[in-house]
Design a protein around this ligand. Structure first.
Ligand SMILES: [Zn+2]
Length: 282
């Protein structure tokens, strides 16, 4: 069976968030600066992108920023200028949007789904869990926004959705695993490398486990929809079991240390440093 040839972590910005947003019960007044993760995978058949970052218009435009990011407790950093963060990161690895053969989203939070508009009107399939899409397109928009889900990020009639019901192989060597809890249809990804590049691989938790400590200490994540916070530990245990049974490395989604370290280790262009380019004033 063919596996994944190349794994390229991308960082589509940074978000400063309360510690309690990533770890249930942690301090509200301690703030963490976390990377906004995405992944490029070279698979048999082309390039697969997983997750798409923030919609930059909702961060950079003062009125839209007030509309969508006020009172969330999240401070978003995007590279200066008016470049699109997804296109800019793809550009750094020498790939244009139209070279992508498939897209997947872990879930519909605005730091993961904000680039989906790029795929409206393209043939590119966009993989998502049915429960996540049904939740996002449901009839409770005010509740969605309170939970960080911005419907205009993904409510495009011309996105070529590929909807899954549970664990599904979405490309050779890439299996989406339903890890509901953080959101109703959150999915994580098992990535198995081709023997020609040494085999082994990764389990990318995304927001099923923001931080390394969510994994190591089995601490519940800070945000959950439809379940108790404690119920977000079960998917973490399941991912740990998959990783250990197959000898794969489990990678948290937003860890300020683990994500940049993996990026460097895999030889991808290092994440841009927000400390050298401060957060814009609001
Ligand atoms: Zn999330």
């Amino acid at each position: 069976m063919a596996g994944v040839r190349r794994v390229i972590p991308l960082t589509l910005g940074w978000a400063e968030v309360p510690y309690s947003m990533s770890v249930y019960g942690a301090a509200d007044d301690v703030r963490l600066r976390e990377p906004v993760p995405a992944l490029l995978l070279e698979v048999d058949g082309g390039w697969l992108l997983i997750d798409t970052g923030f919609n930059p218009a909702f961060v950079r435009d003062p009125a839209l920023c007030r509309r969508f990011h006020r009172d969330t407790g999240v401070e978003v950093w995007l590279p200066a200028g008016d470049a699109d963060p997804l296109e800019a990161e793809l550009d750094r690895v020498g790939l244009a949007l139209d070279r992508l053969d498939a897209v997947a989203v872990s879930h519909l939070h605005n730091d993961h789904a904000g680039g989906l508009r790029h795929f409206s009107g393209r043939q590119t399939p966009v993989h998502i869990q049915r429960r996540e899409l049904d939740h996002g397109l449901g009839t409770h928009p005010a509740d969605l926004e309170a939970d960080g889900i911005i419907r205009v990020d993904f409510d495009h009639p011309r996105i070529a959705w590929q909807v899954a019901d549970g664990d599904t192989e979405i490309a050779p060597g890439v299996t989406a695993v339903l890890t509901a809890g953080h959101t109703p249809g959150h999915q994580s990804f098992v990535v198995e490398l081709d023997p020609s590049v040494g085999g082994g691989g990764y389990v990318f938790a995304f927001d099923a486990a923001d931080l390394q400590e969510n994994i190591d200490e089995e601490r519940a994540v800070g945000g959950s929809i439809g379940v108790s916070p404690e119920a977000t530990v079960e998917p973490i245990r399941r991912l740990k079991a998959i990783a250990s049974a197959r000898g794969l490395r489990l990678v948290p989604g937003h860890d300020p240390v683990a994500w940049p370290a993996l990026t460097t280790q895999l030889g991808a262009p290092p994440a841009r440093d927000p400390l050298r380019d401060p957060l814009p004033d609001r």
